[in-house]
Design a protein around this ligand. Structure first.
Ligand code: CA
Ligand code: CA
Length: 269
């Protein structure tokens, strides 16, 4: 053990080092590139508790699948997620690269983040702790989560029909676990739409909304071949250069450690 006087002298130096290590993560504005696959079901965001069966098997209690084999026999995947903090501003750029085929058969007509059809043509129910979705068929959607696994108590479903929020809002502040429409990420006037991370958010996920005929329980991902690219701006214009790797929440732990050290240091003076 160090003598207490030595510890008191050392504390400010350690505190400064810890805060310096934490600040770049907390304040960093980040642009990341991400691939969204047709199998990236938004309703599996954060569901590390689930074992996804082989595509040839039924999945009782999971994503609804076709009764028989699909030409693709695609297995659902956990959608990609990135670290955020409460108040983080998320914007998404669609570089029009790639596409997803939602129906039986490979290729053919494919769709980008905007999906297919009119706002409100898809009404999908909640799953586990994630809300339902009422918006454009097959659109790119997102959800904010805390560090917990979202297994229950889904919030209300947001209404992205033209009679509700529509798809040309400038800013949206969804709740935790509330699935939200992103589409191509811009208004009809080409302005980036902003999605604000709620209190308690540590992660944002991006994925696909699908179900049989785009209505009912989440599912029908097993014929979704294809993928597209998006760029995600976290507190940054997503058109700016990519700044991978993504900041991790570990910076928060360092800051907390630093604050604890400061408290101890002040108490011992
Ligand atoms: Ca297909
Ligand atoms: Ca499908």
């Amino acid at each position: 053990m160090f003598p207490s006087s030595f510890a008191r002298r050392l504390a400010p130096t350690l505190l400064a080092l810890l805060c310096l290590a934490a600040l770049p993560s907390l304040a960093r504005a980040t642009v990341v590139a991400s691939t969204i696959k047709g199998s990236d079901s938004i309703w599996l965001a954060g569901r590390t508790d689930l074992l996804i069966p082989d595509a040839s098997q039924p999945w009782p209690g999971g994503m609804v699948r076709h009764a028989g084999p699909t030409p693709e026999e695609i297995k659902e995947t956990l959608p990609p997620g990135f670290a955020v903090t409460a108040g983080s501003v998320i914007r998404v750029l669609d570089p029009a690269s790639g596409g997803i085929s939602f129906f039986n058969g490979f290729g053919g007509t494919t769709y980008g983040p905007e999906g297919n059809g009119v706002p409100g043509s898809s009404s999908i129910s909640a799953f586990g702790g994630l809300s339902g979705y009422l918006g454009t068929q097959g659109a790119l959607v997102g959800v904010f989560l805390s560090d917990g696994v979202p297994v229950s108590n889904p919030p209300a479903t947001l209404d992205f029909t033209n009679a509700g929020l529509g798809i040309n809002f400038l800013t949206l502040a969804p709740e935790l676990q509330q699935v939200f429409y992103i589409g191509n990420g811009v208004t009809s006037g080409g302005v980036f739409q902003e999605f604000i991370a709620p209190a308690g958010a540590t992660r944002v996920f991006f994925g696909i909304s699908d179900s049989f005929n785009f209505n009912g329980a989440p599912g029908a991902f097993d014929d979704n071949d294809g993928a597209y690219q998006i760029r995600v701006g976290i507190n940054e214009d997503p058109g700016n250069p990519i700044t991978n790797p993504v900041p991790e929440p570990s910076g928060l732990l360092l800051l907390a450690a630093g604050m604890g050290l400061l408290w101890r240091s002040r108490r011992s003076i």
